[in-house]
Structure formats: structure tokens, C-alpha cells
Design a protein around this ligand. Sequence first.
Ligand code: UDX
Length: 461
Amino acid sequence: MNVRSVAELAHSAHGPMRRAISRHPLVIDMAEIVVVGGGYVGLCTAVAFAEQGHRVTVIDVIPEKVARIKQGRAPFYEPGLEESLQRLISARVLDATTDLAASVRKADFTFLCVGTPQGPDGSQDLSYLRKATEEVGKALRNSQRSHVVVTKSTVVPGTARDVVVPTLEHGSGKRVGAGIGVGSNPEFLKEGTALQDARHPDRIVVGATDETTRAAIWSLYPGASCPRIDVDCTSAEMIKYAANAFLAVKISFANEMANIGDKLGVDWNHVVRGIGDDPRIGHLFLRAGIGFGGSCFPKDVAALSHVGREARAPSKLLDAVLEINERQPLRVVEMLEAALGPVQGKRIALLGLAFKPDTDDVRESRARPVWQALVARGAEVACYDPRASRGFSALEPRADIRTTLAESLEGAHAAVVCTEWPEFHGLAARPDAPPVIIDGRRAVAPGGRSRYLAIGDGGAR
Ligand code: UDX
């Protein structure tokens, strides 16, 4: 059975027939899917659906990005993405275009994967989402075909109800529930393993405005063996925020505890070993260091805090999480000064510019405040990253970027490690290792003659 007929049948059915369709273990041959937004979430979602045999069209407003995708070239580095794009574009099951209206008119589903940046007051800027939804609505105005619009972007709770539904109804002139449905199906992918996460999610959350729409969305995940969570759209949106906020809480908790442990001579990794076997706690996401960066945690925690304030339920916890995270990069600078004295005129190798390994993404990278603090104190900073140099130069055009690790270490009084790239693992054992290594990520293996200090090691090495 083709998903189009399932969706259409389901939308036109009533009573027991409708319920039967909702319960039917839907097996689909091929759906026409539009994915709006060619970023991490959009492209990985598109690849995962196309690999399952659906026809997917990626929409982006930037023509150069569309041209790149059409050539099978990824607009950013993500392991395995380029190979998958090439394969699927050659097989003609994946395409990209700037023409949203024409693509939506012949599709069964639109997945909204546009950016939701942070406004100046920490609130979420939904203007891209509004615009995309309005355009999808207009495209559906004279269409007889049933269509489901699903949000995958991280959006503040209430967005489907207060923004997507009314905007879609306004644009299309139709009522949601009569031929068009709205859903929320948040994405939990992590950069660096984004494709794997999209192909093999650890859970799937579906919110929907009605049961027919819910059945249509589930029809896209016929073989998923992971837990399936059915909720309303607002709960689905909150699930995404709560997940990211909780992970950010864990990191700031680990950093706060590690800071205390460093004063008491306690190695935080030993503590995690001792608490992590308690199934209520676990071992993961308790690595201490210079804090969390990336496109999600800083922005999402700020947005949720803003939502709480607006709803007259302000969150001291979320604000503290962000405050700890802002302070944490400066710890490596303090440690450096404690080891070297004033850094004025000293040569420092800044190793790792990406917000985490296996990505070229420098958004909210914690290396940036470290670089700024060192430069403000008059240090000569030589930066190196195996992938993120170009992105970092765009943010900080004055940064002195070296092309190899060896070049960045030339004449260095100290190295500060900000990203746990595997290349830095053997840093201490290198013949050109600097006299002092400050490890902001516990990335460097023991050994060698350098003085080694790491956040959270309690001065153990
Ligand atoms: C995150 C969420 O993990 C993902 O589920 C969501 O969909 C998007 O946001 P991502 O931003 O790609 O994914 O990276 P993640 O691996 O979660 O790391 C985020 C930041 O936290 C990195 O800067 C990382 O270095 C830092 N981190 C992570 C720590 O400082 N300590 C830890 O224990 C774990």
C-alpha cells in the first residue's frame, strides 16, 4: 500500500474505519516527502527517509547550498553524509531545490527542519518557521491532495498549536484536520553521529493534531524497533527541550563538582566511576571540562529559561546552568596563569576550535572565549584544529591559524586543549610537546615530561 493512499483514505474515513486505519501496521512503498531546511537535521532526516525508499526533496533558500546538495556535496562536514548524498542523488531518490511550492504540491509530507535561532533576549526566533509554514500553506491552497506538516526543528512548547496550525490554516484557507494534518516529531541527533542517529533513533516521539495524522506519521517508521512515544504536539516539543536541558544540567553539574574536587585533590573521573553504576545516575554526560557548546544546548537552555520567565515560572536552575557554562572556559586560563604566571607575551598553542570532535562546527565553541581571554591578556595564540579552522577564522578573523599541530606547537610555552580530537591524545608524548599542557577536555594521555593540568583531575597527574 502506498502511503499516499493511506493518508488519503485515513483522512476521508470516519468512525470504525478510521480507527482501523489508525491501528493498521502500515507498510509503505514510497511517500513523497519535502524537507524544508538543508542543515544538519534536514539533510540527515532526508537521507534517512530516502534510504528507506521514499522520494525526498530538500528545500533551502540558499541557491548555492541547493546546487551543492544536487552535486552530492555536503554543505558541512558530517561523517558519511557526502557519500550518502552522492548515492541517493545518483539513484534519483533525493533532490534539492529552492522551489518550495511546486515540491509541496506533489508531496504527502512536509518536514520543517529550518533554523530556530536565538533572539537578543534569549527567546526563540520563529520567523523562518513561520515563513516556511506560510509558504507550505499557500502551496496547499488549491491542492486536493491530503498533506501532513511535521515539525522536526526544536521549537518552544506550544509552537504547533499557536504558530504552525494557525499559519497553515491562514495560508491554505483549509482547516487542519480536514485534508491537512500537523505533527511534531522532534529529532535528537548529535553532530558527529548525526546520520547514525537519524537512521537508528533511540526513541521516536510523535505528537499530532489528530489520530489520522498520527497514523500517517508512524507509517514512515514501519520497522523501528526502538520505543515509540505517542503524545500531543506540545508535549513532543517539551520533550525535546527537557532532553537538551537535562543533558546541559548534567554537564554543568559535573563541572561544578569537578571544580570543587580540584580544590580538594579529588579526580572527578573517579567520582563518576563511583556514582555512575547507580542506574538512577548513569555514567554518561558527566565529563567535566570547559563546558558545552554547539547549536543546541546554549540556545535551547536560554530559550526554555525565557519561556519559563514569560510563563511566570522562572527557572533558577536553567539560569545557573548557563552561568556555570559561561564561567567554565575561563578556568583553563586561570590554570594557565597559575602554571606560567602572566601570559602577556607568552606563546600559547590553542588546540581544538570545533565545539566537539568529528565536526567542523564552531557555533558556541568554548575555544572562542578561551582565545578571547588569552588575546585580551596579551598572549600570542597559535590555533590549530583538524577541521574547524575556516569556521573559526570567520568568527575571529584576527586569529593566527596554523595548518598542522606541529606548527602550532613551535616555540609554545604551553598548549591549551579545547576539543578532544584523537590527534591530541598523544600530545604529551610528542618530542615537541610544550612545557605545560592545560587540558580542558581530559583529551591527552598520560606520559612525557610536560607539566600536565586538567579540569577535574584534582591535580592527580
Ligand atoms: C546535542 C544533543 O546531544 C542532541 O541530542 C540534540 O539533538 C542536539 O544537541 P550536539 O550539540 O551535537 O547534540 O552535541 P553533544 O554531543 O550533545 O555535545 C554538546 C556539547 O556538550 C559539546 O560541546 C560537548 O563537548 C559538551 N559535553 C558533552 C561536555 O562538556 N561534557 C559531556 O559530558 C558531554
